[in-house]
Each structure stands twice: as C-alpha cells, then as structure tokens.
Design a protein around this ligand. Sequence first.
Ligand code: COA
Length: 332
Amino acid sequence: MVQQTQLGVSWVGCGSAHPAMVLSNTDLSQVVDTSDEWITTRTGIQQRYLAQGGESLSALAAQAGQAALEMAQVDATGVDLIILATSTPDDLFGSASQVQAALGASQAVAFDLTAACSGFVFALVTASQFIRTGAYRTVLVIGADMLSRWVDWTDRRTCILFGDGAGAVVLQASDRDRLLGFEMRSDGTMNDCLTLAYGSEPQTLMADKTVQQGTFQPITMNGKEVYRFAVKRVPEVIEKALFRGGLTAGDIDWLVLHQANQRILDAVADRMGIPSERVISNMARYGNTSAASIPIALDEAVRSGRIKAGDVIASSGFGAGLTWGAAIFEWG
Ligand code: COA
C-alpha cells in the first residue's frame, strides 16, 4: 500500500541501449549525395547507430529498462507500470507487453504511448500522475525508437538525421515531489510538417465492397518549418513549466533537450540565457533517436557523474504531431 504521504515522484534509476552498427556521415555519403562537412555543420551529427535484421524495438527497450532497474536496485517483479514511448513498435497493437515479458515484470501493466519525439516527456508526465494519485508506486518509463525502419534512405534531407536507440528511467513514489513543473502542447494544424503517415489502396472484397489496405509511408519533413517551430516553442514551453514550479531559467542546472539538431539546442539555450556547458548534447554520436534521445542523454550524463542528485533538469521534447512539452525535475 502506498502511504498517503508518499505521493511525490522521485527518479531512482536510468539506463540506455543502442544497436551495435554505426553508420558514419562518410558512410552515408556513399548512400546519398551528401558530405560529412554538410551534415556536421548543419546538424552536429557525426554518426548514428542503426538496428540490423533480427534486432527488435522491444529487445532494445528491455535492455535499457533492465539497466535502469539495476541502477535503481529494483527487481522487475516490483514494477507496477511500464510506459513505452515509441512511434516504431514491433507490433502496431503495442510493444510494451513484449518488454514487460522480456523483463519478467510479471506484476506490471504495460502500454505504449505515441507522441513522436515528445513521447518520453509525455510518458514521464503520464507516469507521474499515476504515482501522484497513489495508484502505482514504481513505474518504468522507456523511450525507444528505430526510425531507420521508416526513413526514406534516398532522401538526403531526412535520412541524415535519424538513428536508433532506447533510454529508460525508473520513477518511484516518495515523500518529496521532484517533478517540479510540466507543460504539454499539441498543434495538429501543423501535422503536415513531419509525417509518417499511413497510405493505402482499395482492395476489392466483392463487387460493391472494398477495404483500404497499405502500409505506413516513409518520413516526410519540412525541415525549415520544424526548425522554426522548435526554436520558438521549446523556450516557451520550458518557461511555462518553470513558472508552474515557481522557478526561473537561473534555477536550471542542466538542459536535456530532445537531441534533434545542435543548432536547435544552441538557439534554445541562447534564448534562455543558459550557458553552453549546462546543455547536455550527445547527438554527434546518436543523431535523432526520437523518443529515446532525452533518456539516453540523461543516462550518459548521470553515469558520467555530470548530473548529480539534487540537480535541477529542464527537459523538453518536440516533434511530429506537432507536439511539444517540458518537464522540470530534480534528479534523485
Ligand atoms: N547534404 C547535402 N546537401 C543537402 C542535404 C544533405 N544531406 N540536405 C539538403 N541539402 C541541400 C538542399 O538541397 C539545399 O540545396 P539548394 O539550396 O541547392 O536547394 C541546401 O542543402 C539547403 O537545404 P535546406 O533544406 O534549406 O537546409 P537547412 O539549412 O534548412 O537544413 C535541416 C536542413 C534538416 C538540417 C534543418 O532544416 C533542420 O535541422 N530542421 C529541423 C529538423 C528536425 O529537427 N526534425 C526532427 C524534429 S523532431
């Protein structure tokens, strides 16, 4: 039973995982008409990890989840809820249950949450509500994506950006609430800017009856619009989340943004007056791993000792939907 006093959220572990295969910018220049110089200058990305045949989204997510549980010293059977933020499940019915089975989290209910590159922040906030109401005590939140499955590898404007990976955190009920503020937003009128849309054709069942069947179509993106959107909306949503927590940008120890483009990170930090040494960036090695990018960056920063217990982290995810959101939390 959850004690009435334990309705706060604490962060007790994190973990991450990525496929073994590396695709460098130079490798990519053999696939499409691009160069290491162009990609590095425009995005900050130098390489990305890509899943090979036989590697599944759920196995990668479970690997990240396992690492987070180990850091938290929580047995899988003690997990009450698993939320898997992904847009690239192995199974459209959801991949969270496969993760639950792989981890042996027999007592946990598990479900997928889809909000593209905002997925991890949205899942974090969703998980926190279950803890704050006292419904669940220990929650595993995983962000995992394999956008390599859905990228058009002939389109140099998009294929250079994305990579595959998974990251996870374990949240637990505690006396003190370390989720200090959050804000989530959507704007479907801008959906066309970034899509991975279903495309179909009629299949005739009988003379006057058809059904639509097809598959999802590769990612399309209006890069300039998405760039403008991110640079404007991300500072706004972080400010709002800070305001809700009675905080200001000066209280932020670390900015852990969705790793989409180094220029977006720099512009957001600049607008908010946050020095570059307070901005966590690992996109040079990973590219944009969608829902996985924030927890991977967080995990690396925690394990390397940069982020310490008590540090205030401003995280913000943004992307397709369009969706965007921020969560301000104290690590530990
Ligand atoms: N290699 C070489 N040249 C490329 C290229 C590549 N990979 N991709 C585009 N180009 C060319 C274009 O064809 C264009 O050439 P042109 O002027 O002769 O027509 C030129 O480079 C500029 O292209 P443009 O699309 O205007 O570049 P940009 O400065 O807007 O940068 C992005 C493109 C994608 C890096 C940038 O728009 C961006 O990062 N946007 C945000 C995307 C994002 O983060 N999406 C995910 C959000 S979750």
